[in-house]
Write a protein that binds this ligand. Structure first.
Ligand SMILES: *Cc1c(COP(=O)(O)O)cnc(C)c1O
Length: 732
């Protein structure tokens, strides 16, 4: 019996539809979702980490029966269940085998459920209840699967199931980050182990370290998309191999290489075992690049052609999205390690050691170069892209050496700017407002941007009132998180009580939430402490800021930044104005991006593309960031009759990123905050409304919502990168 059937058997008949909803993450991007599950048992909903399957299993029977007799609840359930049914049905093939009702069926008739896009990524961020993501890369992958589902683009995700997930962050009394891992109860997650017709788990084998590793797979439903998560934790594997997929980014180079083999080679074998024959292989970052070797290997078994010829053919179906703005990225392995793991693989590809290693070397003639997964992915994909236009330019420069016969401008790396899934990242209160003033169509995925002009129809009072509510909620949440963190650390009673004065809903509120690594410059605001205090603790125009984000476990410099931020949180002049929320995840992110007035983003240039600022736009917040990544395209200065949609820190395209650059950018940030941003925020009319600010909020929504939606992004991938390719020319 599948887990979903087991859950249904437990539920009172009127509630059976809850099981179907719980096993498909579609519920998480409907406006009504949270209340449907949380109202069953709000306290358990929290303690289950917003996992509906774990919730339904834990709620006492009396409570379930009580709800099963509540006509109001049953009505809502029926409503949502029928919406879900309609959503799923729209994806069913017609007799001709096409997905007729969906946007993508006209654009991409070459894709279908058994010939989909296979989307490989080392992490997927669908929801806080499925801890197989760390940050931006995973969230982008999750948002892509969701938009593909909404648009009707047949897509399956391929990733790894980490039973220990990503680490939880705890700051000790000296503000130092400590990491701990929570074992996740896979049987209570909303996914199913994939079994064959005899009820046995479907497995494939991958040779790693001279041993055969058996890999099984879990299926997660994401609307009409599926996410497959590969898992080596089986009793018939060696204990070392069982742990290959235990931690996300937790391992040494050996484990990372083993993970890359399971994801790439194992992923392709598993797709085959599931009878899925992808039309397109999309590598989101390079971790899955071995997939393309495996596809080539499968073709070579039926062909006399050499690897080069087959690889060219495979590359026609391969798309690679690169995320790094620097070439010395982490995803590299020593030749020795590659040899010990893949030494038996390259003869099967009819390659010599040197030929194989050259595939991952930046300079093919340099035997000492490290084997780079990015180089491998670039060599084996005919289409590649960066994640913003600026980033695309940087990638073309950075990788020109791989294309010695081409000018920089001709390097075949394009750009598709990141976007975020609107129905995931817009707070329900705002969704409701859009529904009223833009109509149903606001949530319908399409590539049409005109409808967002109707944001101007939203009355200022309403926009402001909803935004203020979201901000109050964020502040209440921040206080309770800070309070329990202080309690856990065993801080003094007055420290704990001081939380009551932390943050003020009337004060201009900034947000900064992302990984703490030195290049993101998380402490730029405090580069000059005296100036920072003058601005934040200003008597009439105060400013407060909420920080969140983890540092990589190995990044001591990042941890020191967090430690210094914790000092500012305790500084007598700043203690009510600066807050840090520990253990950043998607649940915190949703509250943060919806509740802040202004988002700060000031990484050292160049950066690929942030996405949090885009999430902020969908909720009416403003951005203040360096002219880089998506903001270099998204920023719109004001014009006659139109408000600007945010602010730019520092000079456009400066050429240095030294200490003096930090000073210039900090200077610029202080100037903006003190002279433009705070004065505008606190300028109120008779009704107490900051009219100019609200005009900017509308400009932010109107200009960014259509452009930085993952619907637009997936549509661009579909038309530019997933286009049908000419039939193979290789003779069989
Ligand atoms: C959106 C998101 C990120 C990515 O943030 P960037 O702005 O792209 O750096 C990271 N973590 C979480 C939890 C997110 O929701």
């Amino acid at each position: 019996m599948t887990s979903a059937l087991r859950l249904k058997a437990k539920l009172p008949t009127p509630l059976v539809a809850l099981a179907d909803l719980a096993y498909n993450y579609w519920w998480s991007w409907t406006a009504d979702h949270v209340s449907l599950f949380s109202s069953l048992d709000p306290a358990r909903w929290q303690s289950c980490g917003h996992n509906p399957v774990a919730l339904l299993e834990a709620v006492p029977n009396e409570r379930l029966w009580q709800v099963a007799e509540d006509p109001h609840y049953l009505n809502r359930l029926r409503q949502l269940a029928s919406e879900f049914e309609a959503y799923r049905r729209a994806g069913q093939p017609t007799v001709q085998g096409h997905h007729r009702h969906l946007w993508a069926s006209q654009v991409a008739p070459h894709l279908s459920a058994d010939r989909p896009v296979a989307y490989f990524c080392i992490e997927f961020g669908l929801h806080e209840s499925l801890p197989v993501y760390a940050g931006g890369l995973g969230v982008l992958a999750g948002d892509s699967l969701k938009s593909a589902s909404d648009l009707g683009v047949p897509m399956v995700g391929m990733g790894l199931l980490y039973r220990q997930g990503y680490f939880h962050q705890h700051l000790n009394r000296s503000g130092w980050q400590e990491e701990h891992y929570a074992h996740c109860e896979v049987n209570h997650l909303p996914m199913e182990l994939v079994r064959d017709e005899f009820g046995q788990p479907v497995t494939i084998k991958v040779d790693i370290r001279q041993r055969t590793v058996r890999v099984q797979v879990w299926r997660v439903q994401v609307g009409r998309s599926q996410l497959y998560l590969l898992d080596t934790d089986r009793s018939d594997n060696d204990s070392l191999d069982r742990r290959i997929t235990s931690h996300l980014y937790g391992g040494n180079p050996e484990t990372r290489l083993a993970q890359a083999l399971v994801l790439g080679v194992g992923g392709v074998r598993m797709l085959h075992a599931l009878d899925i024959e992808p039309m397109v292989y999309h590598l989101n970052a390079s971790h899955g690049a071995f997939a393309l070797l495996e596809v080539a290997y499968r073709e070579m078994r039926y062909s006399d052609a050499d690897f080069g010829e087959i690889a060219r053919e495979v590359s026609q179906r391969a798309v690679f999205t690169t995320h790094s703005p620097v070439s010395a990225a982490s995803n590299v392995f020593s030749a020795d390690l590659i040899e010990s793991f893949l030494g038996s693989y390259w003869p099967q590809l009819r390659l010599s050691r040197e030929e194989f290693l050259a595939l991952g070397n930046r300079r093919p003639d340099d035997p000492w170069d490290l084997f780079s997964m990015t180089v491998l992915a670039l060599r084996l994909s005919s289409k590649a892209n960066g994640v913003s236009h600026r980033h695309g330019e940087i990638c073309r420069e950075m990788w020109q050496a791989l294309y010695p016969d081409r000018e920089v401008a001709q390097v075949p790396i394009g750009a598709i700017t990141n976007g975020v899934h609107p129905r995931t990242w817009t707070a329900p209160l705002m969704m409701d407002l859009y529904q009223q003033y833009l109509g149903d169509s606001w949530a319908t995925p399409s590539v049409d941007s005109d409808r967002w002009a109707d944001v101007d129809k939203i009355p200022d009072e309403q926009l402001w009132q909803r935004h203020s509510l979201l901000k109050e909620r964020l502040i209440a949440y921040t206080r309770s998180r800070v309070q329990s963190a202080r309690q856990q650390r065993g801080e003094a009673a007055d420290e704990i009580a001081a939380v009551d004065h932390l943050l003020d809903p009337k004060v201009l509120t900034l947000g900064f939430g992302r990984r703490f690594s030195p290049y993101k410059r998380g402490e730029l605001l405090f580069s000059d402490l005296h100036r920072a205090i003058r601005i934040l603790a200003h008597a009439r125009r105060p400013i407060q800021i909420i920080f969140a984000g983890k540092a990589n476990p190995a990044d001591d410099e990042g941890k020191r930044i967090i430690q210094r931020l914790m000092e500012w949180c305790r500084h007598p002049a700043l203690r009510d104005r600066v807050a840090y929320i520990e253990d950043y995840d998607m649940a915190v992110a949703k509250l943060l991006v919806a509740g802040v007035d202004l988002w700060l983003s000031h990484p050292r240039r160049p950066e690929a593309s942030g996405t949090s600022g885009q999430k902020v736009c969908f909720n009416g917040g403003l951005n203040c960031g360096t002219f880089d990544g998506w903001w270099a395209e998204g920023y719109k200065p004001g014009s006659a009759g139109q408000a600007a949609n945010g602010w730019v820190i520092g000079k456009v395209n400066p050429d240095s990123d030294s200490d003096s650059q930090n000073r210039q950018d900090a200077d610029s940030l202080y100037d903006l905050l003190g002279k433009q941003i705070a004065p505008m925020y606190y300028q109120r009319d008779m009704a107490g409304l900051p009219r100019q600010w609200i005009a900017m909020m509308k400009a932010s929504i109107r200009s960014c919502a259509p452009s930085y939606s993952s619907d637009r992004m997936v549509a661009e991938y579909l038309t530019q990168m997933y286009a049908p390719t000419p039939p193979p020319t290789v003779s069989r």
